[in-house]
Design a binder for this molecule. Structure first.
Ligand SMILES: N[C@@H](CCC(=O)N[C@@H](CS)C(=O)NCC(=O)O)C(=O)O
Length: 386
């Protein structure tokens, strides 16, 4: 009798799970039809009830329940034909709006990388200018599909800002910019005034670093870099603290010339910068992440914007799979919901990681350092595309 009711409960669970699955699929119809469904147990999507029901039913009953992997954003972006990419308009090296309306920089190019992968068109991007403090609200509310804006991955942001951080594309650390000749080290700055951008990891890091050093400083927070620049120029700040990469851009464009200021030698935090998406849509997160991986993998294979076409006839099966070349009449489709030639489009239209770095960050005097490939002793490593 007990066994019968257990079986009955299991049957009901299966029915409920497939009903929940149907409704999850209905708002992701395009995702379904593009074959991006997964067996129960692989779903991490936004619908917890669906997820749990599917898992249990499969584990206990050995049945397969079809579930979509996502919240439908991949299909929505593809239907819209445009990626809303949260970025900045005035951050040297990373994202700068030019007079002719184009966006130039490392972050701007990674917006293009995602658009090339998902839409096959690197220029199908709405570069949405976001103030530092508005980044996560914009992501949560759907104002942007993805955030590519010198944003640091931290536990609190992962846990409490509704954001899912993906592959870091620039490993940074916090630094301090001062007037040339004023200070030689952080240790000299006891009692000084440090200016930072509000709503950043920078603010908290300054406080904890000087506490660690047993020194007292006053921290002044400003809404954006223009306001900090003004305060710094008016001698309201002894130091300007930010991500080291941002400081290199600020120094390169300093109104009195780069030699007017110095970046102190200490790097006093870890700032892994990378794209983030809103929580609850695994399929979208994976699509964005594999777009980033493509730039890293291309560099590892030695595939560049100018030579990518010559690799289409490569007899290396790993390269054939990566570029979506047909093998025995079919290209590899791992089920990410991306076109099979997405990596080709990324490389052809935007370039590999090294090319993007050289284009935007090398001119600021930044070297690859930890942002080199793992095979060159750095941290950049893409999982195998197979
Ligand atoms: N990586 C840090 C800092 C990011 C950040 O927003 N930095 C400021 C200061 S460099 C910025 O981008 N400002 C751009 C602007 O004000 O135009 C974070 O995620 O909190």
């Amino acid at each position: 009798m007990r066994k019968t009711s257990a079986l009955w409960a299991l049957l009901m669970a299966l029915v409920l799970a497939s009903a929940a699955c149907t409704s999850a699929t209905s708002d992701g119809e395009a995702a379904d039809s593009s074959g991006t469904t997964a067996d129960a147990g692989t779903d991490d999507g936004g619908d917890d009830a669906t997820d749990d029901g599917g898992d249990d039913a499969t584990d206990d009953g050995g049945e397969t329940v079809e579930l979509t992997q996502g919240g439908g954003l991949l299909a929505s972006v593809q239907a819209a034909g445009e990626l809303k990419c949260g970025t900045r308009d005035a951050l040297a090296g990373f994202a700068v709006l030019q007079g002719d309306g184009t966006h130039v920089g490392f972050d701007s190019d990674f917006c293009r990388v995602i658009a090339a992968a998902v839409l096959g068109d690197a220029e199908a991007v709405d570069h949405v200018d976001l103030e530092t403090a508005d980044r996560f609200t914009a992501l949560q509310s759907g104002v942007v599909d993805v955030l590519v804006r010198n944003t640091t991955w931290t536990a609190s942001r992962d846990g409490s800002e509704g954001a899912t951080f993906l592959q870091t594309n620039f490993y940074d650390g916090q630094g301090m910019l001062v007037n040339a000749g004023s200070y030689a080290n952080l240790g000299d700055m006891d009692g000084s005034v440090i200016c930072v951008a509000a709503g950043t990891t920078t603010e908290g890091n300054v406080a904890s670093e000087f506490e660690r050093l047993g020194m007292g400083v006053e921290v002044l927070s400003f809404e954006d870099n223009d306001l900090i620049q003004e305060a710094f120029t008016n001698d309201r700040c002894d130091g300007w603290s930010a991500d080291s990469s941002a400081l290199s851009g600020i120094r390169a464009n300093f109104p009195d010339g780069p030699d007017a200021v110095t970046i102190l030698p200490e790097v006093f935090s870890k700032e892994p910068l990378g794209p983030a998406v809103a929580d609850g849509d695994t399929q979208w997160a994976q699509a964005v992440e594999w777009a980033i991986f493509a730039t890293i993998q291309a560099e590892e294979f030695g595939i560049t914007q100018s030579n990518v076409d010559s690799f289409l006839t490569s007899d290396n099966p790993n390269i054939q799979k990566f570029l979506g070349v047909e093998i025995d009449g079919a290209s590899l489709d791992p089920g990410l919901g991306l076109p099979t030639d997405f990596a080709y489009q990324v490389i052809k239209q935007v370039g590999n990681y090294a090319e993007i770095f050289e284009r935007h960050l090398a001119p600021l005097g930044l070297s690859r350092g930890v942002n080199a490939l793992w095979s060159d002793g750095g941290l950049l490593y893409a999982p195998p595309y197979r």
